[in-house]
Design a protein around this ligand. Structure first.
Ligand code: HEC
Length: 357
């Protein structure tokens, strides 16, 4: 870590923070999206199942009474009087639209009137679960059908009124035309309150989850791109506003430490641009330049003083040398001899004088 440069350290820390952010944010986002997708599918399924029930109710309450007379007398069965038939027919119409082809609706029974309504193994299990005591009002989940992942909502379908038994009670009470069309085996012997089928709706899950995944990748790409951009930008700004000026200052400081002739560097353009800045680094550069200028001035003064001192020392040394010479025995001897010679001279002069006298 200590070997890393400032910008490397920054990048590393930012990358770590962003990575954690992306993992935490991404997970939360993905969960939220999946929850939303699940809710959406569930809402679709509930809406459809309720719509089918409304159609069933409409057929029982509005259509059947109108056609009841015809049904009794007609030799041909009139399926429009059957709630299950109207629900299935309306759903087939709904499925014809491009976006809804993969939706499925079924009233699955163990002993159905129409063989098409026979519960498959999966549905039979669900139905048995619903027939049992304390059965749930609704079961949902996922199953793969014909290679496609489907979300299902299943509800129990019970015989709600006596009117159902006209066709589903005893086969002898059922309209003759019904027996002719469907036979007398399936869909009979039911009683009021019996759960006879499960109303099940299948909603394709893949599309909704794919859409969620697309949203996820889009948002995450924007997220990652923004993070990368921020890291790059911070790096760039750090280099431009901090590292570069600091490099200039440290280069100058290094020069000051090894070279005396740095006063020209104090006037360099790169230093001027830093000192012109009003921020902290600008202030530091100003102080630094002032300090360097002071150092330069002091060094110059010191040099002059040293020069002066050298001269003085030279003088003193010369005096001392002279003195040394003067104080030697030889010099002393010389002086003595000189004095003696002078004395002799004087004596000679006196003798001459005396002789003249
Ligand atoms: C006029 C006769 C008639 C009446 C009344 C009637 N049904 Fe049916 N029911 C049928 C026929 C016929 C079918 C098969 C329709 C088809 O081809 O899908 C059927 C199908 C069903 C099915 C789907 C499983 C299966 O057996 O194929 C259920 C569940 C059902 N009926 C329940 C009810 C309930 C509940 C009522 C009362 C609200 C009711 N029916 C009233 C004739 C009737």
């Amino acid at each position: 870590m200590s070997k890393l440069s400032l910008s490397q350290r920054f990048t590393l820390i930012l990358a770590a923070v962003f990575l954690v952010g992306i993992i935490v944010g991404g997970t939360a986002h993905w969960r939220a999206l999946q929850g939303r997708a699940q809710d959406e599918i569930s809402t679709q399924g509930t809406l459809l199942i309720e719509a089918m029930n409304a159609i069933r109710g409409y057929t029982s309450a509005n259509v059947r009474p109108l056609l009841k007379g015809d049904l009794d007398s007609s030799r041909e069965f009139i399926p429009e009087t059957v709630p299950a038939f109207s629900a299935r027919t309306v759903f087939e119409n709904f499925r014809e639209q491009v976006d809804f082809e993969t939706y499925l609706y079924k009233e699955a029974a163990l002993n159905p009137t129409s063989p098409a309504d026979l519960a498959d193994a999966f549905e039979a299990d669900l139905l048995r679960e619903m027939i049992a005591e304390n059965a749930p009002d609704e079961v949902n989940g996922y199953r793969t059908l014909n290679g496609e992942r489907l979300f299902y909502i299943a509800r129990p379908l019970a015989i709600g009124s006596e009117s159902c038994l006209e066709c589903h009670g005893d086969p002898t009470d059922a309209p003759a035309s019904l027996i002719v069309t469907y036979g007398d085996q399936g869909g009979f012997g039911w009683e009021v309150g019996d759960v006879v089928a499960t109303q099940i709706i299948y909603v394709p899950a893949a599309e909704v989850f794919n859409a969620a995944f697309q949203t996820f990748t889009l948002v995450m790409s924007i997220f990652v791109a923004t993070f990368a951009l921020i890291t790059l930008l911070i790096n760039f700004l750090l280099k431009k506003y901090v590292i570069q000026p600091v490099d200039v200052l440290s280069g100058l400081a290094q020069k000051i430490s090894v070279d005396e002739n740095f006063s020209t560097d104090l006037e360099s353009a790169s230093l001027k641009t830093i000192t012109a800045r009003p921020d902290e680094l600008g202030k530091l550069a100003q102080v630094f330049r002032q300090m360097a200028a002071d150092v330069a001035a002091r060094a110059k003064k010191l040099k002059e003083q040293v020069q002066e001192l050298t001269i003085k020392i030279d003088l003193i040394r010369r005096d001392e040398q002279v003195k040394e010479v003067v104080e030697t025995d030889f010099f002393d001897d010389l002086q003595k001899r000189a004095r003696k010679l002078r004395q002799q001279g004087e004596d000679d002069v006196r003798e001459e004088g005396e002789s003249e006298i």
